[in-house]
Design a protein around this ligand. Sequence first.
Ligand code: C2E
Ligand code: CA
Ligand code: CA
Ligand code: CA
Length: 277
Amino acid sequence: AKDRGKGRFAIYDDTLERTHEADQQLGADLRQALADERFTLAYQPIVLLPGGEWIGLETLVRWPDARIGPDTFIPIAERTGLIVPLGSWILRTALAQLAAWNTEFGAVAPHHLGVNVSARQLREPGFAEEVGDALVEFGVRPNQLVVEVTETAVFDGGVALDTLVALKALGVRVALDDFGTGHSSLGLLRTVPADSLKVDKSFVAGIGGASEEAVIASAMIQITEGLHLRAVAEGVETAAQADTLYELGYRFAQGYHFSRPLPPAEVRSHLLQRQLA
Ligand code: C2E
Ligand code: CA
Ligand code: CA
Ligand code: CA
C-alpha cells in the first residue's frame, strides 16, 4: 500500500464509469485514510433570508483529493461498513470544532451545526448513546447539534426511527435532508420527529417563474409552517432564487450564492470579523 502511483487517482475520477476494482481500491484507501486521519471537514453556512447572516453550519466531509467528492466515496463507505467508524470520526471532529468556536466566540459562534448521518449509522445499536456521550465529552449543548438524515434512511421505521426518538430525547435536533426526493416525504412527517426540512436543491434550481418547482416549494413552506417545522432551502445559487424563496416565505437558505463549504480557518476569520463588527 506504500507505493502510491501518481496516476492512481485517475481511476477514481467521478466522470469515469466506475468499475468494481476501482470501488474496491477506493474502499481500501478510505480505510487507510481514516487510519491516517487524512479526511478533513468543510463547513457550509446556513443563512437567514433576506440578509444572509450566518445562523448555522453544515459539516461536509472531504477526501484528501478534492476530485473525489462524498457523493462518490460515501456510498462506498456505506457498502463496506466503514461509514460507522468514519461517521464517528466526523461527529467527534465536528463537535470538537464547535466546542472550540463556542469557547472563542461565545454568542457569535454558530447557533447550530448540522452533521450528516447515514442510514447505516442510525441502525447501529448504541448510536444515540454515542452521540450523547460525545456531547458531554466536548461540552456542547444538545440543541446545537442537528442530525441530518435522508427520508430513505428512516422511511421503513425500525431501529433507525428508534434512534431518532432517542436523539430527540437528548435534545438533539433532527433535519430531514433532500426533502421531497424520497418516496414517502409527506407521510414521514407524521412519524419522524423532525425539527426541520431541507428542501432539496432540485426544487430550488427550477424555482423561477410559474414552474412546477415553484408550486411545490410554495406548498412545502406552507406545510412546514402548519407543522411548526423550519424549512431550509438547499442549493441556492443566484440572487433571483434567494428573492423568490423569500417571497414564498422561506427564512433559511444554504448554497453557493451565500457561501461554498469552507475550511475551518475561513469560518474562523468570518467569525473574527463578526466579533469585531
Ligand atoms: P447533502 O447532505 O445534500 O449536502 C449538500 C451538498 O450540496 C454538498 O455537496 C454541498 O457542497 C452541495 N452544495 C451546497 N451548495 C450548493 C449549491 O448552491 N449548488 C449545488 N449544486 N450544490 C451545492 P457535497 O459536499 O459534495 O456532499 C454530497 C453529499 O454527500 C451530501 O449531500 C451528503 O449526502 C453526503 N455527505 C457529505 N458529507 C457527509 C458526511 O460527513 N457524512 C455523510 N454520511 N454523508 C455526507
Ligand atoms: Ca445534508
Ligand atoms: Ca441535502
Ligand atoms: Ca444529497
